[in-house]
Design a protein around this ligand. Structure first.
Ligand code: TYD
Ligand code: MG
Length: 463
């Protein structure tokens, strides 16, 4: 029997492509049929505990104060919490982790271990020097660069980075290991009684006690299960760092998300300048938050002036451009929405969207055609929201309608106006989810309120 080492699909003959997960060249001989040596046998079911409900220990949280991360962690890390941080290679997972660890080790008297396999001590030290804003004359990027000046181009707080002397040796407040054997990680953690460990990355962890190849899904599953079990047993907080595949999927079983307490995703914007740290699941705090960061020459820094940047970059002085407030994972973000109408060449006009749902656009087109009597069937319609925001948010309805209308009539919308409402199929305006939160975010703008417009038919009067 042969097994796909990605999804464990079994087949009597070796296939070039797995019919289950469509991966190429992943079939291997079923390792469970391979004779095992006695020395590799392991005892199963080593830990269980009877839970005593109603009691929580006093010092069960570690202090983490970071302006953008507070949104997600609410300034604490749970003592036995299991955190999963996913992202594409090179996005900045190790960098953000190092920043979190520095904070934790400064604010708390705890023992921390960082297990890395992909990087050695010089790479980690180099990263640390960059985070400290130390000019490194050996590094082509930071050679002779003034950290304060380099960072000042970014968000407000970045100018506060104080360059330190490169000769100052770094003594981290935590231990760093280059290890990838599961057993080494577990025994080191227990022997040194660490309070918090980081495994960077879970895909590189390997145990010979499980009959599957390194990097296979069953290895990841097995190793994370074991780490989780030991951490929960010993009251150790743990961060597992993982890569996503180039298709944006987690390179590991989905079930990993079930066994951990918090799932965090680090994602890029389309141009690679910004990073969004999103919570997908959070047993200890909000699961709908997003932290916005920017990768600079001197680390991943929080972005506080996102609103100003979006507005400054937006070309709101052309027809088809409006401002609105979308909800990204629970956080209100002001966004610039742009629409282009172009004469349709084919039999069926195109409806192309980036950042919003195509179906929602089709509904809004139908509402506009019906109630404002404009014929849009002769046009291809393109809607775009710059930056990496993806909204499944009906709160953008009126903004989309206004932008389409302004393109079709060639009118420019005042850049002080912000459109927030949802549209009903009878053309009435409906308040959106989180309406108050959205409004609070845009107090300096002129928010279209219910006194001014109740039906889509009144749209031309307010533009
Ligand atoms: P890294 O944290 O190693 O990514 P991951 O762990 O997700 O693979 O980040 C690597 C990228 O970030 C790399 O392209 C270099 C860049 N970087 C900076 O631009 N500035 C910095 O201060 C640091 C530390 C990294
Ligand atoms: Mg890394």
């Amino acid at each position: 029997m042969y097994l796909c080492h990605d999804c464990e699909h079994a087949n009597p003959v070796k296939l070039g492509r797995c019919p289950n997960c469509w991966a190429f060249g992943t079939f291997i001989k079923d390792p469970t049929k391979v004779k095992k040596s006695k020395s590799t046998s392991v005892r199963e079911g080593t830990w269980w505990d009877q839970l005593k409900l109603g009691t929580t220990k006093a010092s069960t949280w570690y202090d983490l104060q970071h302006p953008e991360m507070e949104r997600i962690f609410t300034s604490w890390i749970k003592w036995w919490g299991l955190y999963l941080l996913w992202g594409e290679p090179g996005i900045g997972k190790s960098t953000i982790m190092l920043q979190i660890l520095e904070q934790l080790s400064q604010n708390n008297k705890i023992k921390i271990a960082y297990f890395s396999w992909e990087e050695d001590s010089s790479q980690i030290t180099d990263r640390k020097n960059r985070l400290d804003g130390k000019p490194n004359d050996d590094h082509p990027l930071t050679k002779g660069v003034d950290a304060g000046k380099a960072a000042a181009g970014g968000s407000q707080d970045q100018a506060a980075v104080e360059p330190k002397s490169a000769s100052e040796a770094w003594s981290p407040g935590f231990d760093i290991y280059q290890a990838h054997h599961l057993e080494d990680i577990l025994t080191t953690t227990e022997a040194n009684q660490y309070d918090l460990i980081v495994v960077d990355s879970i895909q590189t962890v390997y145990t010979p006690h499980h009959p599957s190849v390194a990097w296979s899904i069953s290895q990841i599953k097995r190793c994370s299960e074991k780490i989780s079990e030991r951490c929960k047993k010993n009251g150790v907080a743990c961060f597992l760092i993982g890569h996503v595949t180039k298709w944006g999927e987690i390179a590991g079983p989905k079930y990993l998300e079930h066994i951990v307490d918090v799932v965090l995703y680090l994602e890029w914007d389309r141009y690679g300048q910004y990073r969004f740290l999103r919570t997908k699941k959070n047993r200890f705090g909000p699961s709908d938050e997003v932290g916005i960061f920017e990768m600079t020459l001197f680390g991943l820094l929080p972005v506080y002036d996102l609103k100003d940047r979006i507005i400054n970059q937006a070309n709101i002085t052309a027809p088809g451009n409006v401002l609105t407030v979308g909800i990204d994972n629970g956080r209100p973000v002001i966004v610039h929405l742009e629409v282009l109408l172009n004469k349709a060449n084919g039999k069926y006009p195109q409806r192309i969207t980036s950042g919003i749902e195509q179906k929602r656009l089709q509904i809004i087109i139908a509402i506009l055609e019906r109630y404002l009597k404009i014929n849009l069937s002769a046009f291809d319609i393109y809607v775009n929201i710059p930056w990496e925001f993806e909204f499944r948010d009906t709160g953008l309805d009126l903004a989309i309608a206004a932008a389409v209308y302004s393109q079709s009539k060639n009118v420019i919308i005042d850049k002080q106006l912000v459109f927030l409402w949802e549209l009903g199929l009878s053309g009435q305006l409906l308040p959106t989810k989180n309406h108050k939160r959205r409004k609070n975010d845009i107090q300096e703008f002129d928010c279209i309120d219910f006194e001014r417009i109740k039906y889509i038919t009144e749209l031309p009067q307010i533009l």
